[in-house]
Design a protein around this ligand. Sequence first.
Ligand SMILES: [Zn+2]
Ligand SMILES: [Zn+2]
Length: 436
Amino acid sequence: MKHATPLLLAGLGLALAAPAAHAQNTALNARIATLAAAEQAKVVAWRRDIHEHPELGNEETRTAQLIAAQLKSLGLEVQTGVARTGVVGILKGGKPGRVVALRADMDGLPLTETTGLAFASTVKTTYLGQPVGVMHACGHDTHVAMLLGAAEVLSQVKKDLPGTVKFIFQPAEEGSLPGVVGGAKLMVQEGVLTNPKVDAIFGLHIEAGTPVGQLTYRPRGEMASSDRFTVKVLGRGAHGAKPWASVDPVVTLAEIITSLQTIVSRQIDLTQDAAVVTVGTVQAGVRYNVIPPDATLSGTIRAFSPKTQEQIWAAIKRTANGIAAANGATAEVTIEPYVPVTYNDPDLTARMLPTLQRTAGVANVVEIKAVTGAEDYAYYQEKVPGLFFFLGGMAPGANPATVADHHTAGFRVDESAFPLGVKTLATLVADYLTGK
Ligand SMILES: [Zn+2]
Ligand SMILES: [Zn+2]
């Protein structure tokens, strides 16, 4: 290129600058990979400790102490008592930049563990008045341990991080007692995404039925919204032998239950979104020959977009009120929104997909179908762009059809899953902050 014009030289300069920046990022990623692998013994130790001492939602005081002590030992700025028992650690990188958050949930479930693991829980408590065991039956112990690992890894490379990392350890993902606001919703209310303001958030959930080494995800609606609804039909009671003297709430409720089945099957565009309307309880009457004055049902609604969610709410009200009116009764419809859609921001997901593919290998990153379960991580994603993905936790060679599922007493995951989880969390932060 003897006769290069100034324009061409300028172009060449740009072309040279890009690989140099990329090489620096690659070096950082390589250091993170080495450090993440070296964390495994500690991550396993934290996980076993937390697993053996599980705590129910909003009661995670021992877990919070362990987390806070570890974050302080790394020199992080630590806030405790966030949303009751939550812990937030702030790591300032060596250069100015954006703010990225990583989230782990901390709570166990009221179940008596039957795994037979050496570090199985023997903790007992009472839940809603009943004696129960307590168990990490959803893997939140592993989430805490892996996020502590990622915090230590990122602390070791902090001088090369342009920006700030917020480590969010959240209580009560599985839900709080009736009438109590907790978990992600309360953390957001208490300002966890502000001061400094979070630009993006990442989180993972371990999966008992997905092989170790895999990461799975879905852009846009990944996990469903979850709302509870009740319909109370107010009629008029009468002797069971004189139904003409009644406004029968039992027959009216039965009609409503049948008609609710047509909301998803006839009214929702199922090529766009799956949805679920399930009636789970029906209550009416106390005696076989008495028509009661009222009857009540309750159920759950699952949707993958706010639009579908609102369409279902409107359809339930219309159906219940219309059928009640046709029978001369009235209906009281209550809809209690519980968790919004776990919605992976499409731009952020597309931007970070190469990071997932680099950490796990392209073949090990799998796009999945929507999951009708719900996850309160959705509350963060309502406020800031977020990506939530799943980490394979099934032992090599196991059969996904027969492994013990989440929320069962035999639930277990393979600890060889952890290095990929730690590496992926830390690499997402590094790549997001360095703009890769
Ligand atoms: Zn769970
Ligand atoms: Zn969970």
